[in-house]
Design a protein around this ligand. Structure first.
Ligand SMILES: *Cc1c(COP(=O)(O)O)cnc(C)c1O
Length: 432
């Protein structure tokens, strides 16, 4: 059977497939660059695993208190080596990215301190952690104040505003690498390094934390290589490689990470407790696979941007721009198009392909959100998924794909659904 017939069996028309191939033919150079970075990062992970003598006994399950959990301790050393930090906290007990960030913030801030975001509003779920939207147990309730310096209209840092915002109470600076649900650009690690250097030049003892969600292994350096005191993320995104069933990580200075461990478990207990509950094999293997998984997701993102630009939609980043995370936003401009796009991603999923995504109110988000995901791990967004808040400008955020071929199928299927519903016009092919 030909590949075209195979795609037709999945419900993707010849015309949609041909359009995809035409777009793809211009992307060889981009794909080669992505592969090169993956190769570098694969070597980095292998070196970290070798240095820390990963071995079969590291995969043993522990229960209860989890005292003397060798595998857990080695995994944390592997993360610390790969991120070039003094220490790391990598646990299945960290329930998600928001939790990891909440731990990092609340562990290192004290009443009377101020938190500053120099990159505009943080990710939606952090608004409640900080208390921007009042919430029980927020940092605001514990007497930690918050200040923000917005980005300039062109998306760059407003250094003057940042300088003015830093004061005697500023203790911690939070920098979000990925755009999240905003239409601003994501930042390169180099840009983040410049921002950290600036903040520390204004106030040398200020702590800098980077929300690294979706950024891991996209470049060959991480925020921890450019001065971040804490680099934080979720294991059901990039570094879990699709295999980690849950968890989060905080890589950073020994001092910051120790504070985080005391906060996550209890003062006095810290990193000494926390059973691995059998999660370690997937956490190690996922980290090992993460560089190639991220490469597949990046190819999907680049492909999606080029496909949707050809269809007349604006994309962030655009089809040519370099990538600093795995997220692709496509500004679809209408709720029906968001629904159709998500229907396509859902139909291409290995799990729950028969389901129909509908917008709903999600905890932590202030408007209805539509999500398409048919994942092996619930909510995993390193697996192919699309989501977006149902509000202007009706932008869908597309990410992941454990394999490039699955990402490709999902994008073609989204085009198919938009095409079937009369919501797009396929470009005319040369010679037609
Ligand atoms: C995903 C994400 C988070 C955390 O979200 P969880 O769903 O709690 O894992 C935080 N910041 C950014 C930029 C993210 O993309």
């Amino acid at each position: 059977m030909s590949i075209e017939t195979m795609y037709q069996a999945l419900g993707i028309d010849q015309a949609v497939y041909d359009f995809g191939q035409e777009v793809l033919s211009g992307l060889e150079g981009r794909f080669a660059e992505i592969d090169q970075r993956a190769e570098y990062n694969q070597a980095k992970v292998l070196a970290a695993m070798g240095e820390n003598r990963v071995s079969a006994p590291c995969f043993a399950q522990t229960t209860g208190y989890g005292y003397n959990d060798m595998g857990r301790d080695v995994l944390e050393k592997v993360y610390a080596s790969a991120f070039h930090t003094q220490a790391a906290l990598v646990r299945p007990q960290i329930t998600c990215g928001t939790h990891a960030l909440a731990v990092a913030l609340s562990a290192n801030l004290r009443p009377g301190d101020e938190l500053l975001s120099p990159v505009g509003a943080p990710y939606d779920t952090l608004e409640e952690v900080i208390g921007i939207r009042p919430s029980r147990g927020s940092l605001a309730e514990f007497g930690v104040t918050y200040r923000q310096a917005d980005l300039l209209p062109d998306g760059s840092f407003d250094y003057e505003a940042i300088r003015r915002a830093i004061n005697s109470r500023t203790r911690l600076i939070t920098i979000q690498r990925s755009k999240g649900y905003a239409t601003r650009p994501s930042f390169s690690v180099e840009q983040i390094g410049e921002l950290i250097a600036f903040c520390k030049s204004v106030k040398p003892d200020v702590l800098c934390m980077v929300d690294n969600c979706y950024g891991e292994f996209v470049e060959t350096i991480e925020p921890s290589d450019v001065g971040a005191d804490m680099t934080v993320g979720s294991l059901i995104k990039n570094p879990g490689g699709g295999l980690a069933a849950t968890g989060g990580y905080i890589c950073g200075t020994a001092d910051c990470v120790e504070n985080c461990a005391y906060r996550l478990s209890a003062p006095g207990l810290g990193q000494e407790v926390g059973a691995n509950l059998g999660q370690l094999p997937a956490m190690f293997q996922g980290f090992f696979l993460a560089p190639t998984v991220v490469a597949g997701a990046l190819k999907g993102a680049v492909f999606a941007a080029n496909v949707y630009e050809r269809l007349g939609f604006s994309c962030v980043p655009n089809g040519q721009e370099p990538r600093y995370d795995i997220i692709q936003s496509v500004i679809l401009g209408a709720p029906e198009r968001m629904t159709a796009f998500c229907a396509g991603i859902q139909a291409a999923a290995p799990v729950d392909s028969f389901a129909t995504p509908v917008p709903w109110a999600m905890p932590g988000y202030d408007s209805d959100v539509i999500m398409a995901a048919g994942a092996f791990v619930q909510g995993s967004s390193i697996e192919l998924s699309a989501d977006g808040p149902m509000r202007e400008p009706y932008a869908v955020y597309f990410q992941g794909g454990l394999t490039w071929y699955h990402a490709k199928t999902g994008i073609l299927m989204s085009v198919q659904k938009l095409h079937e519903r009369g919501l797009i016009q396929l470009p005319r092919r040369e010679g037609e």
